[in-house]
Structures are given as structure tokens and as C-alpha cells.
Design a binder for this molecule. Structure first.
Ligand code: HH2
Length: 271
């Protein structure tokens, strides 16, 4: 686990999403049973995912948080079932991250970018785990109510630069860290696509960029349904390939096989 994150996850790497939740926006309930979650994660790794991202708390628009005990109850059996495999923990709680890294998680994916739990930075620093810092405007309960920016890309870039510095100041090595603009987290359809269009302004921060466009409602809205809460697999793949072409390193996706195949073809064509 001592190699820099860019060597551990070369471009493009796929991160498979395993939501151990009853209420996630696109796959809520599918992997709520730990055995189902472990089976899904293993399948994703067989299909070519570089890592699987296990989460016990939905951050979909409107979601309420869950307690530490409940989040542990959801994810620990899954992490135990995946010991020895490449796992990321999608959490903002130090207590969950600490248990996860004990059980072998190598990456902590924090959608609050170390603003949620003041104890999380120390867990990451001391364990040497990799860290994903993600941008979010507002909080899940209200973030899609009325997202506003003067210039979404420069504001997200400034935020990520500031959180990167805060993480380094807290003792986390810069070569452990990747950055994510947080597609769908306090953003309109246009904000989300503009972030991908101008992704070079985020890769300019010098850290690998993660993009999670998979199944997000902006894709369904783009295709003509203003009430969409999800997007199709095909639209997800299109957005992931475009993000890769613009410089993304890690693509966080639900449909691993489709993304691995598309990215392999894109890589061959673009190399
Ligand atoms: N998106 C979701 C959750 N975690 N983490 C990162 N780094 N980037 C993302 O874009 C991202 C994320 C939301 O997707 P999902 O996990 O499928 O849904 P839910 O939060 O409803 O469980």
C-alpha cells in the first residue's frame, strides 16, 4: 500500500459501487443483504473493477444520515466477506473508516472532504490509506434545492485545492489523495456536464480525478425526462468515456463490465 495512488490506479481504473443500503438512488436494497453485497463485489472485481467502494449510508438527494452503529452493522459483514480484496469504504465517519481499514480497506472515500467528522483525517493519516476528497455544495438533504455558482468549475477547483491542503496539513501524504468534483452533489445538469467539459482545470491540481456520473439523474434529464431520478447504463458509459478522455483517472460505476469494455476500447483508440 506504499505506492502512490496514481501508480496503484492507472488511468483508466474502474471503481465498482456496492451500496449496502435500503435507499440508494439507483440500487437501493439490491445489496442490503451482506451475502448479496459480497457476491456483487466479487462479480465486479471479476469483471475488471480495480476496487469496490462499499457504502452503508445513502447520500442521494434528500437522504437523512444513519447512525454510526447502523452504518457499522451494514458494512462490517461485507468488509469481512471481502478481506484480501481491493476495497474502498464510502464513509464520512471516523469510526467506520477505522474499522474498515482494520479489515483491509485501502481507500477512504469521503463525500464531505474531511469536513464531516473531525476525527477522520487522523484515521486516514495514521493508517496510510488512500483518500478521495469530494466536492459537495450543501448537504444531501437539501443540496439539489437550488444549486448556484458564479463559475462552477473554478469554485469546485478552489474548494478541492483547499481541502487537499487541509488534508496534507493534517498529515496525509499528497501522493495518497485523489479528488472528485462530486457529480450530482449540489449541481444542475449543466453544472455536471460543464465539470466534465472543463476537467482539465481539475486535473491541473496535480492529483488523479475521480468521476462518478454512473446512473445519475442528470443523464435521465439530459435524455428528456425532467423528473428523472436515475440515468441509463448507456448514458453512464458515454459520460464515463468522455470524462476519461478529458483526463479522469478513476471512474466510479455501478455497471462494471460495460464500463471496463468501453474504457478498454477508448483507451486503445486514444493512446
Ligand atoms: N456518488 C455517490 C456516492 N458516493 N463518492 C464519490 N467519490 N463520487 C461520487 O460521485 C459519489 C460518491 C452517489 O451514488 P451512489 O453511491 O450510487 O448512491 P447513494 O449515495 O444513494 O448510495
Amino acid at each position: 500500500m506504499n505506492e502512490p495512488i496514481e501508480r496503484r490506479f492507472p488511468r483508466p481504473s474502474v471503481m465498482g459501487v456496492v451500496n449496502v443500503t435500503p435507499d440508494s438512488f439507483s440500487d437501493g436494497g439490491v445489496n442490503f443483504d451482506p451475502e448479496d453485497a459480497v457476491a456483487s463485489a466479487r462479480r465486479m472485481l471479476d469483471e475488471g473493477a480495480a476496487i469496490v467502494d462499499v457504502g452503508g449510508e445513502s447520500t442521494r438527494p434528500g437522504a437523512e444520515g444513519v447512525s454510526l452503529d447502523e452504518e457499522l452493522r451494514r458494512v462490517v459483514p461485507v468488509l469481512e466477506g471481502l478481506e484480501g480484496m481491493p476495497v474502498s469504504i464510502d464513509t464520512s465517519k471516523a469510526g467506520v473508516a477505522a474499522r474498515a481499514v482494520e479489515l483491509g480497506a485501502e481507500l477512504v472515500n469521503d463525500v464531505t472532504a474531511l469536513r464531516g467528522d473531525p476525527a477522520l483525517a487522523e484515521v486516514v493519516a495514521e493508517s496510510g490509506a488512500y483518500l478521495c476528497l469530494m466536492h459537495m455544495q450543501g448537504e444531501p438533504r437539501t443540496m439539489q434545492a437550488d444549486p448556484r455558482y458564479d463559475d462552477v468549475v473554478s469554485e469546485v477547483a478552489a474548494f478541492l485545492a483547499e481541502r487537499l491542503q487541509a488534508a496534507v496539513d493534517a498529515g496525509i501524504r499528497e501522493d495518497r489523495i485523489c479528488l472528485d468534483p462530486g457529480i450530482g452533489f449540489g449541481k444542475t445538469v449543466e453544472h455536471n456536464f460543464e465539470l466534465v467539459r472543463r476537467l482539465d482545470e481539475l486535473t491541473a491540481l496535480g492529483r488523479p480525478v475521480v468521476i462518478g456520473f454512473s446512473r445519475k439523474s442528470s443523464l435521465g434529464k439530459l435524455l428528456g425526462d425532467p423528473q428523472a431520478t436515475t440515468g441509463s447504463v448507456a448514458a453512464s458509459v458515454g459520460a464515463a468515456v468522455a470524462a476519461y478522455e478529458r483526463g479522469a483517472t478513476i471512474l466510479r460505476v455501478h455497471d462494471v463490465r460495460e464500463h471496463v469494455e468501453a474504457l478498454a476500447a477508448a483507451q486503445a483508440a486514444l493512446a
